[in-house]
Design a protein around this ligand. Structure first.
Ligand SMILES: NC(=O)c1ccc[n+]([C@@H]2O[C@H](COP(=O)([O-])OP(=O)(O)OC[C@H]3O[C@@H](n4cnc5c(N)ncnc54)[C@H](O)[C@@H]3O)[C@@H](O)[C@H]2O)c1
Ligand SMILES: [Zn+2]
Length: 328
């Protein structure tokens, strides 16, 4: 959730008016360097570039942003404008959360994944050698301006990764999206898919209960990412994790619609298998289990639009669902 989410073509151009409305004493645009080459920044405030890619979502990059904000002498009434995908937004949001103990920020997401998922909900942060997203803060943006026009330049693989989250959100709370995913222009699916997250976040801003349902496909997806040392992109790992979760759900809680989910993922060009060895995946799951206090909780669909948390899933079911989905 943000204080406001706007979904419309040209939404990025609303930034100058929004800064005036917020009474911003100044602003800085934190922009993904690649996006900046492709699209004009949403306002003409000074620019702080961030290098593209997850490997730049680091404490060093965060520190460089703080140096930049300090050099600009942004004060407490200043506003950070984040422009890019989830990496730029997580970094910019965390810089805004920590600079002067918190200044306001506005998110202008430019990837499908960020428009549907990462920009919403106020989780900000960076990776640490010990774990992904280890350091961060909850800090809601003043507004998320979602402009589907930015998606026109997005590489096909990034579009597919975003579609994995669209399908996930469809299963969680918008089943009508399922037959549309992979058939229609993804730009037309963004708002409905994002609303699923906005609703859950509104009910559970601090991620203590219902918001965890957004982890559908992610417990296994994260294990697949770790087992491939992050060679497998997040969206592709989630797609395989989601397929496996549906298979587990079929056996554990009578889920009947696995075929519809698998077909949607197939249509989106998302993989059915992950190139990871089973022992490495099981080790990654065991590691997460230890971190979660000895219990792995799985989010499973009981029906389309009805997902629940289960902490009684037999490990053998998970192993069986994974086995058929590993290898090239
Ligand atoms: N805060 C949250 O709640 C949350 C939720 C989900 C994911 N995330 C985070 O989001 C990150 C992934 O985000 P992402 O998938 O947006 O990746 P990303 O920010 O790395 O962007 C992917 C690539 O697309 C390029 N790009 C961005 N917009 C473009 C455009 N319009 N045209 C052409 N190229 C463009 C970028 O330069 C980059 O190379 C991860 O770090 C993940 O942890 C955060
Ligand atoms: Zn995800």
């Amino acid at each position: 959730m943000s204080r406001a989410a706007v979904f419309r073509r040209g939404a990025g151009a609303l930034v100058p008016a929004l800064l005036r409305e917020l009474g911003a004493s100044g602003a800085a645009v934190v922009a993904d360097a690649r996006v900046r080459e492709l699209h004009p920044p949403p306002c003409d405030a000074p620019l702080l570039p961030v290098a593209p890619g997850e490997r730049h979502k680091t404490l060093d990059a965060w520190r460089a942003l703080l140096d930049g904000l300090a050099a600009l002498r942004l004060d407490r009434d200043g506003v950070v404008v984040a422009f890019g995908g989830g990496v730029a937004l997580d970094l910019a949001g965390f810089a805004a959360a920590s600079y002067l103990r918190g200044v306001r920020w506005v998110a202008v997401p430019t990837t499908l994944l960020a428009q549907v998922d990462a920009a919403h909900g106020g989780k900000t942060g960076v990776d640490h050698p010990a774990a992904k997203n280890l350091v961060g803060a909850f800090h809601l943006p003043e507004a998320v301006l979602v402009d589907p026009g930015y998606l026109a330049t997005l590489p096909a693989r990034e579009v597919r990764c975003g579609l994995a989250e669209v399908v996930k959100h469809a299963v969680i709370g918008a089943p009508a999206l399922l037959p549309r995913a992979g058939r229609e222009d993804p730009a037309g699916l963004v708002e409905e898919a994002a609303r699923v997250k906005l609703d859950l976040v509104a009910r559970d801003p601090r991620d203590r209960g219902e918001r965890r349902l957004l982890n559908l496909g992610h417990t296994l997806g994260h294990a697949l990412e770790r087992a491939t040392e992050y060679a497998l992109p997040h969206g592709e790992a989630v797609a395989v994790g989601l397929r496996a979760a549906c298979e587990v759900a079929e056996r554990h809680c009578g889920f009947h619609d696995r075929a519809a989910v698998e077909e949607a993922l197939d249509r989106c060009g998302l993989p059915a298998r992950a190139p990871a060895p089973l022992p490495a995946v099981l080790a990654a799951l065991a590691h997460d289990k230890k971190r979660a206090g000895g219990r792995t909780r799985y989010v499973l669909p009981v029906a389309l639009g009805d997902v629940r948390l289960f902490d009684d899933v037999p490990e053998a079911l998970v192993t069986a669902a994974l086995k058929g989905r590993l290898g090239a």
